[in-house]
Design a protein around this ligand. Structure first.
Ligand SMILES: Cc1cc2nc3c(=O)[nH]c(=O)nc-3n(C[C@H](O)[C@H](O)[C@H](O)COP(=O)(O)O)c2cc1C
Length: 298
């Protein structure tokens, strides 16, 4: 009866059924792939969130983690006294004069890579390091050690390590862009100044401090604290009338640390040769950015 009333359906019902099944399956598939996409997106987002959070945590709250660590002792006594700040306000004229004089002093500083071997009083270098040691530091942890080397043999050992590593750096590690950028400065892996300069000041950052009884002290912002101290160091060298160059002992740090018997909490950051310039010293004719290029005012 049904087949007689609907001859079309009677004839084509298997195709219609298959079509219907495909339609249903298609819908289910489309919905589920949408769900999968959405779920993937949620997972991706939460993964990105968690990794960026992880990074932030690593970078910023590593300290908090350490703070919670029972091994660490407080950086400062909890009953630290506060005393009056003794200050004499300069007159407007003095302000102008001082700022100009200071600018002229620091503007005349240049990186010098050929040194005279003429001796310099060790007391002068000690005073320079004393000035660097006045740098501000995170929670006043003073996370630096300055190693002063004048011993000819130790200087030679340091030079050997630096040159060995620098040769590999220049030939393999640094890459074309870096070596091309350095070419105008005419630097290479030969660092004669490490043995000609009467002094080498090696600056170590202390990743954490150690008390006499071996307890650990947290060192907050040790990188930036040491960088500020190095800024004061090169300015003090300039103010004294001596010269230096910021020298990065890329990859040579661990071997140099061993030679100098520095403990495991210290990492070599920079090496500064200090002395008088060689009489035939030259320097690249560099120009500094104008104030308008480095200053943004609101
Ligand atoms: C972090 C840092 C690392 C540097 N490393 C080196 C180095 O390894 N060797 C070098 O000859 N100069 C080095 N320099 C010196 C720069 O090349 C120099 O400061 C720059 O060319 C500007 O020249 P000036 O210091 O004469 O103003 C470094 C400077 C800085 C701030």
């Amino acid at each position: 009866m049904f087949s007689q009333s609907f001859p079309f359906f009677n004839h084509y019902w298997p195709f219609l059924l298959i079509g219907f099944i495909f339609y249903v399956l298609g819908n289910v598939f489309a919905k589920s792939s949408k769900v999968v996409r959405h779920t993937k997106q949620i997972f991706k987002q939460s993964y990105e969130d968690s990794t960026s959070l992880e990074k932030e945590l690593e970078e910023e709250t590593e300290l908090e983690q350490d703070e919670l660590d029972d091994e660490f002792v407080p950086a400062l006594p909890s009953d630290l006294q506060h005393i009056p700040f003794v200050y004499t306000r300069p007159s407007p004229e003095q302000l102008v004069q001082r700022t100009q004089e200071f600018y002229e002093l620091v503007a005349a500083r240049r990186s010098i890579r050929s040194f005279s071997s003429d001796p310099v009083s060790k007391d002068i270098i000690r005073e320079i390091i004393k000035a660097a040691g006045t740098a501000p530091s995170g929670a006043h942890t003073e996370p630096w050690t300055f190693v002063l080397v004048s011993d000819v043999q130790i200087k030679a050992q340091i030079r050997e390590i630096v040159e060995r590593e620098e040769e590999v750096n220049y030939k393999r590690r640094m890459g074309k862009q870096w070596t091309t950028d350095l070419k105008p400065l005419r630097t290479n892996w030969i660092k004669e100044y490490l043995t000609t300069a009467p002094y080498l000041i090696l600056v170590f950052k202390q990743m954490y401090g150690l008390t006499e009884s071996g307890e650990r002290k947290n060192h907050y912002y040790h990188d930036i604290s040491v960088a500020i101290a190095c800024g004061i160091l090169i300015t003090a060298i300039q103010a004294a009338g001596l010269v230096t160059v910021v020298s990065t002992p890329l990859n040579g740090g661990p071997s140099i640390r061993k030679i100098l018997n520095r403990p495991a909490n210290e990492k070599l950051v920079l090496v500064f040769p200090v002395g008088y310039p060689a009489s035939d010293a030259t320097m690249p004719d560099l120009h500094r950015k104008h104030l308008s290029e480095i200053l943004v005012e609101f």
